[in-house]
Design a protein around this ligand. Structure first.
Ligand code: FAD
Length: 493
């Protein structure tokens, strides 16, 4: 072992915590001794992951689940001993709905990772007209788009599946994840797999079917996982397990430690020392530094070192959203079944989606109550966040009443506002990341990680943290033989 090298991680969301976890693993493997500190400005860990427990009610202010197909989330849970806490979505009544023409329609089954692979369920749902159905069914015959340049998610989906399928199903499903506007979103940055499938197979549907056929059979030794999984008592347990493990590993975890400025000084040839100035005026130095903060915060910190990086980071816009959790007496109307509903942008509602939380997940509310979570805001729809809590809740309740007849008073209400929370991967995002990488690569040991770059989902952030940790370790041991993975090449997994 060499002398301990100091690494500071700024930001204690899932990206920063996962970076620290991975740093320990990778440094041990490389025989590198690391002294790691995480600085978090807030008074609690986890960033956007916030679980509230109110009696028997469990609410998620931010994310409520993560994709099981992206292995990084499940893997981390396993390593932290959370395997027995992982839960699937409820097996019974697992349908979802989509609002169209003011009415709820069953979201057609047979969507393979968002892609419509069968026409029958669409036909039965009554969502698309005959011409809309026929156009969607012709996806396999649409020639692939150009292999270079960027295309908006909206243009791609309309081109391949037709305007109806896009507006009524695919837009709310896919743009909703980012609380974004599909016309501004980069296909290659948000859903790179679709671009690849189109290029490789000439058709997304054909590519998906081929991939499904080629996939190795699911091991019976592994528990079956639904598309989204969560933790029995909420995702906050992932944060608790991580901070507990990191403390055991000797990582210094500091809450209420906001970093206000960053300076750099030359140390030895080609090595740098990063000085962090905290809001209380104290300073901290590090040889390795991971900025796991939102891009706009990293922009301010990096600007004095590299104005180009600051400018590029400023070009990653963030959307504000809010979640409103409400518990109602469980008098279910026929509209309240399945997991909830999504709302296409063209419906011009405030709601992006509503989840029947206590039907989707077990153990989230007493059996005589229906726990509902409404999601509002997003690109171009942020005005509603200016309303006070009472007005905001009243507006959302009015839409719930119109759409699915819930008119009773909630016995519990909780409003969670998320200002500048959802990074938007707009057209040109990947090119900007390549330029950002070039600008930051002048500073070995300095790495950016987080939702702003390669995927907003929890597994994406965990994977990004692992790659950031690998890069720091390589920089600290001066590993020129190991290719430095660039920001631009760290494509979403
Ligand atoms: C409402 C909502 C619902 C979502 N739903 C899902 C979902 O169901 N599934 C899913 O996979 N993903 C979901 N996401 C996305 C996912 O939760 C986030 O992308 C992810 O948690 C972001 O993690 P992060 O660590 O990159 O950033 P953050 O969680 O934002 O962490 C960054 C941290 O940096 C800290 N910080 C900022 N400035 C400073 C400073 N100057 N000094 C020190 N610390 C600082 C912040 O306080 C914060 O804790 C959702 C997001 C939101 C907002």
């Amino acid at each position: 072992m060499t002398r301990p090298r100091t690494v500071v991680i700024v930001g204690g969301g899932i990206s920063g915590l996962a970076t620290a976890f991975s740093l320990h693993e990778k440094a041990s493997k490389a025989g590198l001794s690391i002294r790691c500190t995480i600085l978090e400005s807030d008074t609690s860990w986890g960033g956007k992951i916030v679980t509230h427990r109110i009696g028997e009610i469990v609410t998620e202010a931010g994310p409520d689940s993560f994709l099981s197909q992206k292995q990084a989330g499940l893997d981390l849970c396993m390593k932290l001993g959370l395997a027995d806490q992982l839960i699937n979505t409820n097996e019974t009544g697992k349908k979802a709905c989509v609002l169209y023409g003011g009415r709820l329609h069953d979201l057609p089954e047979g969507l393979l990772s968002f892609v419509p692979k069968q026409l029958g369920p669409f036909f039965r749902s009554g969502l698309l007209s005959w011409t809309g159905l026929a156009r969607m069914g012709l996806e396999f015959a649409v020639p692939p788009g150009p292999s270079t340049g960027d295309e908006s998610l909206a243009a791609f989906l309309c081109r391949r599946f037709g305007a109806q399928a896009y507006e009524r199903v695919l837009e709310p499903l896919m743009a909703g994840i980012y609380a974004g506007n599909a016309e501004q979103m980069s296909l290659r940055a948000t859903f790179p797999r679709f671009f690849e499938l189109e290029q490789q197979h000439g058709s997304v549907v054909r590519g998906m079917m081929a991939a499904k056929k080629a996939a190795s059979p699911v091991s019976t030794a592994q528990p079956r996982r639904t598309m989204f999984v969560s933790l029995k008592n909420g995702l906050g347990d992932l944060v608790t397990a991580l901070t507990t493990r990191l403390t055991q590993q000797g990582v210094e975890l500091r809450l209420g430690a906001r970093v206000d400025a960053l300076r750099v000084r030359s140390h030895e040839l080609g090595r740098w020392i990063y000085d962090l100035i905290l809001h209380d005026g104290s300073a901290l130095s590090a040889e390795g530094l991971v900025l796991a903060t939102p891009a706009y915060v990293s922009a301010e910190l990096l600007r004095p070192l590299t104005p180009i990086a600051g400018g590029l980071l400023d070009m990653i816009p963030y959307a504000s959203t809010a979640t409103i959790a409400m518990a109602f007496p469980r008098t279910l109307t026929s509209a309240i079944e399945g997991f909830g509903f999504i709302v296409p942008r063209r419906e011009q509602r405030h709601l992006i989606a509503a989840t029947w939380t206590s039907l989707k997940w077990p153990h989230r509310a007493p059996t005589d109550q229906l726990l509902v979570r409404c999601y509002v805001g997003g690109v171009g729809r942020e005005d509603i966040l200016q309303l006070g809590d009472q007005m905001l809740t009243a507006t959302v309740r009015e839409e719930l009443a119109t759409v699915c007849g819930i008119r009773v008073e909630p016995s519990y209400t909780e409003v969670n506002r998320w200002w500048k929370a959802m990074p938007q991967y707009t057209l040109g995002h990947l090119d900007r990341l390549a330029q950002l990488d070039a600008a930051v690569s002048r500073y070995p040991g300095l790495v950016l990680a987080g939702a702003g770059y390669h995927g907003v989902g929890i597994p994406d952030c965990i994977r990004d943290g692992a790659l950031a940790a690998e890069r720091v370790v390589q920089d600290l041991i001066g590993g020129t033989s190991v290719a430095r993975r660039s920001l631009a090449s760290r494509a979403p997994g």
